[in-house]
Design a protein around this ligand. Structure first.
Ligand code: ATP
Ligand code: MG
Length: 559
């Protein structure tokens, strides 16, 4: 089958990473629109080709081909238009893993309205914050998990602002429009508007995870989907007629990294498992049942999977597995490899970008390393003055934008010039992450720049210490932070959740400290250890070291 991918790239085959890095180019057609230019191409040329394979925990299943994807996204566009949604209007999508997410998102792309996906785990105050910040006109959300209640309350509290509320589910809820019912009434064809969205128009606004502070609104334009060719084809290694699965709620950017743009352009269908609660056994069953060919999940998910008896499942359909979002401890890499024969290919990126550093198919992964820079970006490691650091030295990861904004990099924080300027100045976008590069050109994550501990003149990255801690059997999860100390400035502190069967004790503290001294440079060992039942995390499950730090500062101030 002639592939659509060829329209958008200069070449598809490369001999080596170097060849790829130097020569790969994406061709951006004028006024590219993913819905018209990709979905409708498939609907015309390969209407029966599978786009989305969807299932949930109630045994429901739906397989949607491109003809249906076109049709339902056109119905959605007609519906939005009827509701008065125009180009540039903001619509929030809180749809968890429902297939309606794909219809709505593409429907909004057709109109040129701005989609703002958000997680269903938001509470009233988070919703108010988002509605105000982004001036949201409409919300499309699930009927469960108390989500509509939260929107109703938020609306009341805000003095009955005009917010159109659309619900996905069977409920006839007063004040709400029923999405699925409406869609069935809508005409199948949507006329492309004359005021057609152009390349610079905003396609999506995402809220970041909020690991370091209040979530930021990150805007991407209509060319963003094309940049995900790198994510899908060269990092996730998806293939024509494969079935790719990225574990992510549709409220996070990760879900479009792995659930639509790049995968479809590369001819792979995507899998969506709309589970109520994450359960590793159910997930393993789905991986087996649906013959997933390529798989992507955050390190946390792999940490849970390897605790199960993976050998009970036939996962032989999985050809390739990747991870990103948080650092991958080498321990997890090795265990997963032992159990499946698959080497986890780690990647690094942000909501602000597409995959930026990764282990690409030509490379032998080094466990614990994020890999090498992706071809779209000019990546550098710089010191506090913005000067490049030497091989082996730590520096902040920045993206050079002196030749203009590279494809797939965000266009700034939405309606927040000041915040944008804080991270993007002198033609460099500052990621806020610190890493070092080894002699082979592999990048090693050290920590978020704010999380780096400065103790007696040493700079200590939390990740390395956490990896050392996790290799002790008593440690289930941990976070390493700087703890205020009058003499050293800061000392290393480990906040630890113990594995089943272990009890906190002074002996255990000592044993863990000795273990760290043995497996890493002794000056990094945690002088302070606190055992806790759980770690503070973001809604997406990332560890919030900032919260531990603030708590400790407060305690120290009170003493
Ligand atoms: P916020 O910006 O609101 O504090 P966040 O940065 O966690 O939240 P995301 O955009 O979801 O929001 O996550 C990107 C961050 O995740 C990166 O900046 C980096 O700190 C971390 N990250 C992603 N991939 C990796 C990786 N492979 N290794 C280490 N850290 C990673
Ligand atoms: Mg961030």
């Amino acid at each position: 089958m002639a592939s659509i991918l060829e329209k958008f790239v200069n070449r598809t085959e490369f001999e080596s990473y170097e060849d790829f890095k130097e020569n790969f180019k994406i061709i951006v057609p004028e006024n590219f629109n993913f819905a018209y230019d990709v979905v409708d191409w498939y609907a015309k040329k390969h209407p029966q080709k599978e786009a989305l394979v969807w299932c949930n925990d109630n045994g429901e299943e739906r397989i949607i081909n491109f003809k249906e994807m076109k049709e339902y996204s056109e119905r959605a566009a007609n519906f939005f238009k009827e509701c008065g949604i125009k180009k540039g209007d903001r619509v929030m999508l809180t749809l968890k893993g429902r297939y309606d997410f794909w219809f709505s998102l593409l429907g909004l792309h057709r109109i040129g309205a701005i989609a703002i996906p958000a997680t269903h785990m938001l509470k009233e105050k988070d919703i108010i914050y988002r509605i105000k910040k982004a001036d949201i006109k409409m919300v499309v959300c699930i009927a469960e998990d108390g989500v509509p209640d939260c929107f109703d309350k938020a609306q009341e509290e805000m003095g009955d602002i005009p917010l159109l509320k659309v619900i996905v589910g069977d409920e006839d809820r007063p004040g709400w429009i029923n999405f699925r019912e409406k869609l069935e009434e809508m005409p199948k064809n949507f006329k492309k508007p004359e005021e057609y969205p152009s390349d610079e128009d905003i396609l999506l606004v995402y809220f970041s995870s909020g690991t370091t502070g209040m979530p930021k609104m990150i805007k991407h334009d209509h060319t963003y989907p094309l940049a995900h060719i790198v994510t899908a084809k060269y990092w996730q290694n998806v293939r024509e007629d494969g079935l790719h699965y990225t574990v992510a709620d549709t409220g996070w950017a990760k879900s479009v990294w792995g659930g639509i743009y790049g995968q479809w352009i590369c001819g792979s269908a995507v899998f969506a498992y709309d589970y109520d609660r994450f359960n590793p056994i159910n997930m393993l069953e789905k991986l087996e049942k649906y013959d997933i060919t390529t798989f992507c999940a955050p390190p946390t998910v792999y940490r849970f999977l390897i605790k199960e008896d993976i050998s009970k499942y036939d996962l032989s359909s999985i050809e390739y597995a990747v991870t990103a979002g948080e650092p991958l401890n080498p321990e997890v890499f090795h265990k997963f490899y032992e159990q499946t024969g698959l080497k986890l290919m780690e990647g690094y990126g942000q909501t602000e970008s597409v995959v930026s550093i990764a282990n690409f198919p030509w490379m032998e992964p080094k466990p614990g390393s994020m890999g090498k820079p992706a071809p779209l970006y000019d990546i550098e490691l710089v010191d506090n003055n913005g000067d490049p650091v030497d091989v082996g030295e730590e520096g902040e990861i920045v993206i050079d934008t002196s030749k203009g904004k590279p494809l797939g990099l965000f266009g700034g924080y939405y309606r927040d010039e000041d915040k944008t300027k804080e991270v993007w100045y002198n033609n460099k976008y500052h990621t806020g992450d610190t890493a070092w590069m080894d002699e082979d050109g592999y990048f090693w994550f050290v920590g978020r720049t704010d999380d780096i501990i400065k103790s007696s003149g040493y700079r200590i990255g939390p990740f390395e210490v956490e990896s050392a801690l996790i290799s002790h059997p008593a440690v289930l999860e941990c976070a390493v932070t700087g703890y205020p100390d009058p003499i050293r400035g800061q000392v290393v502190k480990a906040t630890i959740v113990l594995a089943r069967g272990y009890e906190p004790s002074e002996e255990l503290k000592k044993e863990i400290q000795d273990h760290v001294k043995r497996v890493t440079a002794p000056y990094k060992y945690p002088r302070v250890i606190e055992f806790v039942d759980e770690l503070p995390k973001t809604i997406s499950g990332k560890i919030r070291r900032v919260e531990i730090r603030e708590r400790d500062m407060k305690r120290a101030g009170e003493q």
